[in-house]
Design a protein around this ligand. Structure first.
Ligand code: S3P
Length: 422
């Protein structure tokens, strides 16, 4: 077993989408270093290329030759967001205010995901959107947009970002109110590209203007690092340092909860406050060591800060002595799979037990996972959790369709096997 090993997570996917989009509509040339090339971010890049933007993709970087706010061109064929909801929702906001029409298609997983959540605010802004029973494909007829005041009915960074991007084309200041804070990468990226944005009290005010190109380096993805972090917490004698990882507070729910559960986690080389002002994201190293975990209570307001990591926390809870409760995680239904069903199927299939009633998970630990099952999923995050569960189970938990991890982290299994072997 490797001790104190250094782990470099792939670049953050969420931030990469935002960087590509703002670079595309800014004035000037943007170099994105530590670029995350996975299916999702490439979907955004290819859509932008179809909209007339020149993007040079290199091994670990991307150079975007910005077209300016009004420089995009109608795509000759429909755009494809592949299986990426962020691509579809963010680009819908971007395309709503253009003077041309667009169609965005999605593949199988994306075609099941709800799009009414963006149709509503964008329509209020004057956009002309057509869905197919609330789902993709999305047809957008470009229209002049008006600024709105909008209270988000759900805590969704993708919906917020669609409205902010549309707001760049609106006739005044757009105001957004959030019920709970969701990831703020669009707000940070707008700042970095010199668009004025005021934030306070869960309220965001955007002053539209043309973004200015900015060079940036993307930190490591905390969501990709999460299976490595949890595995380290759960395996005796193990310790890792996660290098150059995103430390944005709106994404730190998973780490906060693990610390609350008693995990031995500390930070090194934090690079934060002074740079956040200009829009750069905070990052640093996360040192993780094995430690016994305790149960925890998670409230609805904390869910957005760990939305993609909740199923991993559920797995962690099966290994801690006592009762863990997670309230208000119903948004999990609308991810790449219905993750409420998927995580229950995974844990039950492995011989464990968790309960979901009244939008609340109850997990009683510690549990022995027997394993001896094959997990057939097309959901990248569930496949990664199955890899962690495999380390804990008596008999192997095999993942069929390992390729699904290409959506966010093509090298996941090869990296994971280097650090953790059963
Ligand atoms: C994302 C926001 C979250 C998250 C998704 C990426 C983003 O979705 O689950 O993986 O990049 O904005 P919601 O905004 O739908 O909660």
């Amino acid at each position: 077993m490797i001790k104190n090993s250094i782990y470099m997570p792939p670049a953050d996917k969420s931030i990469t989408h935002r960087a590509l989009i703002l670079a595309a509509i800014s004035k000037g040339k943007t170099k994105i270093s530590n670029f995350s090339a996975c299916q999702d971010t490439l979907a955004t890049a290819y859509c932008l290329i179809k909209l007339g933007v020149k993007i040079k993709l290199e091994k670990n970087s991307a150079t975007v030759y910005g077209k300016g706010l009004y420089g995009l061109k109608k795509s000759r064929t429909s755009l494809t967001a592949d299986n990426c909801a962020a691509t579809m929702r963010l680009l819908s906001g971007l395309l709503a205010g253009q003077n041309f029409n667009s169609v965005i298609n999605g593949k199988k997983i994306l075609s099941r995901r709800p799009m009414k959540r963006i149709e509503e605010p964008l329509t209020l802004m004057g956009a002309k959107i057509q869905l197919s029973q609330g789902k993709p494909p999305i047809k957008i007829s470009g229209a002049p947009l008006k600024a709105i005041k909008y209270k988000l009915p759900i805590a969704s960074a993708q919906v917020k970002s669609a409205v902010l991007l549309a707001g760049l084309y609106a006739n005044g200041k757009t105001l957004i109110k959030e019920i709970y804070p969701s990831r703020n990468h669009t707000e940070n990226m707008l700042r970095l590209f010199k668009v004025k944005i005021n934030i306070g009290n869960n309220k965001i005010i955007l002053n539209p203007r043309e973004p200015k190109a900015a060079n940036l380096k993307i930190p490591g993805d905390i969501s990709s690092a999460a299976p490595f972090i949890l595995s380290t917490c759960l395996i005796k004698e193990k310790s890792i340092v996660v290098r150059n990882c995103l430390l944005n507070p709106t994404r730190m729910g998973f780490i906060k909860i693990l610390k609350k559960m008693g995990a031995d986690i500390s930070f090194k080389n934090k690079n934060s406050a002074d740079k956040i002002k200009t829009g750069h994201e905070p990052y640093g190293d996360i040192k993780v060591k094995y430690g016994k975990l305790k149960p925890v209570i998670i409230r609805k307001s904390a869910i957005p800060s760990m939305i993609d990591e909740i199923p991993l926390i559920i797995l962690a809870a099966t290994q801690s002595k006592g009762t863990t409760k997670i309230y208000g995680a119903d948004e999990l239904k609308y991810k790449e799979s219905d993750r409420i069903k998927s995580i229950i199927a995974l844990i039950h299939g492995a011989g464990g037990k968790i309960k979901y009633e009244n939008k609340t998970f109850t997990i009683q630990g510690p549990q022995k996972l027997k394993g001896g099952v094959s997990i057939n999923t097309s959901d990248h995050r569930i496949a990664m959790i199955a890899a962690v569960a495999n380390l804990l189970s008596e008999k192997p938990i095999k993942t069929i369709n390992k390729n699904c991890v290409k959506k966010s982290y093509p090298g996941f299994f090869s990296d994971f096997n280097k650090f953790f072997r059963k």
